[in-house]
Ligand binder design. Structure first.
Ligand SMILES: Nc1ncnc2c1ncn2[C@@H]1O[C@H](COP(=O)(O)OP(=O)(O)OP(=O)(O)O)[C@@H](O)[C@H]1O
Length: 347
């Protein structure tokens, strides 16, 4: 278990990590994603955990031991950076075996471990390849094998997929999560990509401006972000008020919906996926009766692979929605909120 208390890290006079508290690696959470916008201090935090940056204040403990005086290589943490940082001019086997040689493993044990690691990362048989001849995805798997070979107590992955193209990223994200689960190694993966976080992690920590603002399982995070900033960072483009009508029913300017909000009400964060727009031909809903939705006009219709995506102008502002049925720009539509896809921000 990694426990961080009141941690600050500065470059010169400027603190980048600012009195941060964080606990990682409970029983039911092997992979934790560290998610935050560019420049919020994710890499700096990871580097401090790895021992590559010296904190200006606070404490980092692992399994109860204060790491302050423990040098990087004695922490037994594996680290993989964005570009893998394999040793050039050497073979795959030499790269994976490096950490084992410095730990004094025998040649035979190293060779066996290299074979085992290449099987784990699904690249069997490439021991003798020069690392320059590997594709980007293969190189990142070798970097992962190298980090896992000495059986680290904690694996730190800093944007390991950022240099790869989108299609490879999603498949490798799932694979890396499977690999570290198979190895049983507690892992922190830094990303600024929500999909990657959801594909890989059991829990997600959101970082903002040098602090952790919320840690939760992905589904809980999307459905109950802590505040408006977090909701917007997680993709909500519209935030509206919701009043409690009764237990399990809330009322908004876009109609009533089956969502539980506190007596004092809540704010709802809406993504396009939270709102359904249909042609305004529904006989059950007349203009003026807006209890179950709101009328609007389609301003933008984009045919995405997963279906139409709309921007709709309503009396309550513009709102993003997914479209059902044939809708063209200028058409009158009814928008309705999808209860299990809205984010509830408690006050
Ligand atoms: N070695 C350094 N010296 C001075 N400033 C630095 C150094 N490394 C990072 N910074 C600054 O610290 C801030 C946080 O950087 P950091 O790389 O930790 O953020 P990040 O959240 O990982 O960003 P990204 O997602 O863009 O990689 C940035 O403003 C950055 O410019």
């Amino acid at each position: 278990m990694l426990h961080i208390e009141k941690l600050s890290v500065a470059y010169g006079a400027e603190s980048v990590v600012k009195g941060l508290d964080w606990s990682v690696g409970g029983q039911d959470s092997l992979v934790t994603a560290l998610l935050g916008p560019s420049g919020c201090g994710k890499s700096t935090l990871i580097r401090a955990v790895a021992g590559l940056e010296r904190p200006t204040a606070g404490m980092i403990r692992f399994d109860g031991t204060d790491l302050a005086e423990i040098a990087t290589h004695r922490r037994d943490f594996g680290v993989v950076f964005q570009d893998g940082q394999l040793f050039p001019g050497r073979t795959v086997a030499a790269n994976i075996g490096y950490g084992l040689r410095v730990r004094g493993w025998s040649r035979a044990d190293i060779a066996a471990r290299v074979v085992q690691m290449l099987e784990l990362v699904r690249l069997p048989g490439v021991e003798k390849r020069r690392v320059e001849s590997l594709s980007g995805g293969q190189a990142q798997r070798v970097a992962l094998a190298r980090a896992l070979a000495p059986r680290p107590r904690l694996l730190l992955l800093d944007e390991p997929l950022a240099a790869l193209d989108r299609r490879l990223r999603d498949s490798l994200a799932v694979e890396i999560a499977e690999i570290v689960r198979a190895a049983g190694t507690p892992t922190i993966v830094v990303t600024h990509d929500h999909t990657e976080a959801a594909l890989m992690a059991d829990s997600v920590a959101v970082m903002r401006d040098g602090e952790i603002v919320q840690t939760a399982r992905p589904a809980a995070l999307w459905s109950a972000p802590r505040d408006e900033w977090t909701a917007r960072f997680l993709g909500c483009t519209t935030i509206i008020d919701a009043h409690k009508e009764r237990e399990g029913l809330a009322v908004t300017v876009f109609g009533a919906l089956a969502v539980d909000v506190p007596d004092a009400g809540a704010r709802l964060g809406l993504r396009a996926e939270s709102v359904l727009a249909e042609p305004a031909t529904d006989p059950a809903m007349q203009e003026g009766d807006e209890s179950s939705g709101a009328f609007g006009t389609a301003m933008v219709v984009a045919d995405l692979p997963g279906g139409p995506r709309l921007r709709v102008a309503t009396d309550h502002g513009e709102i993003d929605a997914i479209g059902a049925g044939a809708i063209a720009v200028g058409d009158r539509v009814v928008v309705r909120l999808i209860p299990d896809r809205v984010a509830v921000i408690r006050r």
